[in-house]
Design a protein around this ligand. Sequence first.
Ligand code: BT5
Length: 259
Amino acid sequence: MKAAIKNGLTTKTMGREIFHYHSLESTNNTARQLAENGAEHGTLVIAARQAAGRGRGGRRWSSPEGGIWLSLILRPQLLFVQASLITLLTAVAAAETTREVCCFMPDIKWPNDLLAGGKKLAGVLTEAFAANDGIRYLVVGLGINVNIKRKDFPPELRQQATSILIETGKQTDRALWVRSFLMVFEQLYDEAAADGFAAVLDRWRRYSSTLGKDVLVCSSGRRIRGKALDIDRQGALLVETEGSIRRFWAGEVIFEQEC
Ligand code: BT5
């Protein structure tokens, strides 16, 4: 897998160093240990399966054989509050990679989900490790259900999860997907580092299935109904509710079906 990903990889930083495992608890945990030991910007950690894959807020992420479970170590010049922009950038890169490699375009649900036909295809878990108000390093975890059959999901996920195989009927070359992802990610990342995130946010808006929809937001124990209007420059969601516009961060927003 490692050699297959590297074969033809033309990135400068992303995936120049690759750690591949048959099984890990969580690629984000291993990436964190590597980062603490000085691993470089762009280091990729990838596992064929995860025994304890994590979602946000301590939720479980099912990671059977056949998916792509990866983490990237980033050492960006960003403020801590800007870490969520990297989540949006990762979702854009994963959507565009899927379009390129699998001829099929998922949509993005704010902030971290890729969906196909309303079912969850992929999720992003960004973890920032701070120094003062800056970022020492970030670990961006991405899980995408690639060659997974419906019966390979745990029963409780079979109605809400999907895979590229289920959607297209075709097996995907996972090394090719990862290589393409690294190239798309690096291009978006370098553009954002040089010119800011406006172009990433525009692409995100184009692929979003959230904007313009009525949403029920669960925030600090309250349930607030409103219309998702836009995302702002820092990636926060702007929701119109009772005549005013409120701004929500990823950590505090849960959509209706998850409450
Ligand atoms: C996410 O969390 O969507 C972030 C998932 C990130 C996973 C990657 S895999 C590589 C890296 N290493 C890790 O340990 N994690 C990252 P959240 O929005 O909290 O969604 C979690 C919810 O998605 C669960 O509560 C389930 O309902 C659902 N779910 C779990 N596994 C799934 C799967 N394989 N496909 C679709 N939905 C799933």
